[in-house]
Design a binder for this molecule. Structure first.
Ligand code: ADP
Length: 260
């Protein structure tokens, strides 16, 4: 804490008294440190693909271009790294857009069913490629949720995409939405690799990954769950996770239902 005593003046510049200001500097410091860390992380994440692109371009210019086969292989790596940069920048922009929204706009409302169907159509081909069964169940007549359709779709895509990514071939991903008391609950359950217990509290942090190499290989940016948490909490909902290594994970999002 930082304690300061400051004089208090009247409009006629007469001393009225003194006030004591107590600042929670630990909180200020913590936020500052978080920001510094974030910038360092972003720089690192941007630098890694850039260094690789630069290296391959230089090697091509130094003569590798003459060997068509080698050149093609290098160009496809450059292409992949460029896509990684693009995804990263898109996710960063998305995160900053959500953070700059003051809160939920009152008019933001979305029905779950159409968004869930959209996400199913989008991700079913990826699931099929891995022979993963993607099952989607939505209870009838669910009330609308207090967030925009775009944000709801983003949450569904990020959670379902992760479930598919971190589930081995032949597994199962089950997305369901139902009413529970006064809440609407959305669950994304997989039969995947699971998350170690010590990682669970950190899983929603930006750039946190259980296995960096694996996430990279899968094209992850480490921002997907941070985006989910931001969207959900801004809209008055909650997101939690239960997981068991080797058995699977279940992400649960719950919202107080809007008054109809
Ligand atoms: P990424 O882009 O790396 O997938 P996310 O923010 O979406 O980043 O997730 C953070 C980390 O949480 C992942 O790297 C992975 O280790 C873990 N994770 C997320 N979803 C799952 C899941 N369904 N099963 C196992 N691990 C998961």
């Amino acid at each position: 804490f930082r304690v300061q005593v400051v004089p208090v003046w009247t409009e006629q510049r007469r001393l009225l008294g003194a006030a004591m200001v107590i600042d929670d500097v630990t909180e200020v410091r913590r936020l500052e440190q978080m920001r510094t860390e974030f910038v360092a992380n972003v720089s690192h994440e941007l630098r890694t693909p850039l260094t690789s692109i630069k290296g391959f371009v230089e090697t091509l210019l130094d003569g590798a271009l003459d060997d068509a086969k080698v050149a093609k292989r290098f160009l496809s790596i450059i292409n992949e790294e460029t896509q990684r940069l693009q995804r990263l920048i898109e996710d960063l922009l998305q995160l900053s857009r959500i953070e700059s929204q003051a809160g939920r706009a009152v008019e933001d409302q979305a029905f779950l069913e159409p968004e869930m169907q959209r996400v199913r159509n989008l991700l079913e081909p990826i699931a099929l490629e891995k022979r993963i069964t993607l099952q989607v169940d939505v209870q009838k007549n669910l009330p609308q949720l207090p967030l925009s359709p775009d944000n709801l779709k983003q949450v569904l895509v990020n959670l379902t995409e992760n479930a598919i990514k971190y589930t081995p071939e032949g597994g199962r991903v089950h997305v369901r939405a139902f009413r529970q008391d006064q809440n609407v609950t959305l669950e994304v359950q997989d039969t995947g690799i699971g998350i170690p217990e010590e990682s669970l509290p950190r899983i929603f942090e930006r750039f946190y990954r259980v296995d960096k190499a694996r996430s990279r290989e899968m094209g992850g940016t480490g921002l997907g769950l941070a985006i989910v948490k931001h969207i959900i909490e801004r809209s008055g909902g909650r997101v939690t996770v239960h997981s068991q290594v080797g058995a699977g994970s279940i992400f649960t999002v719950s919202f107080p239902a809007l008054q109809e």
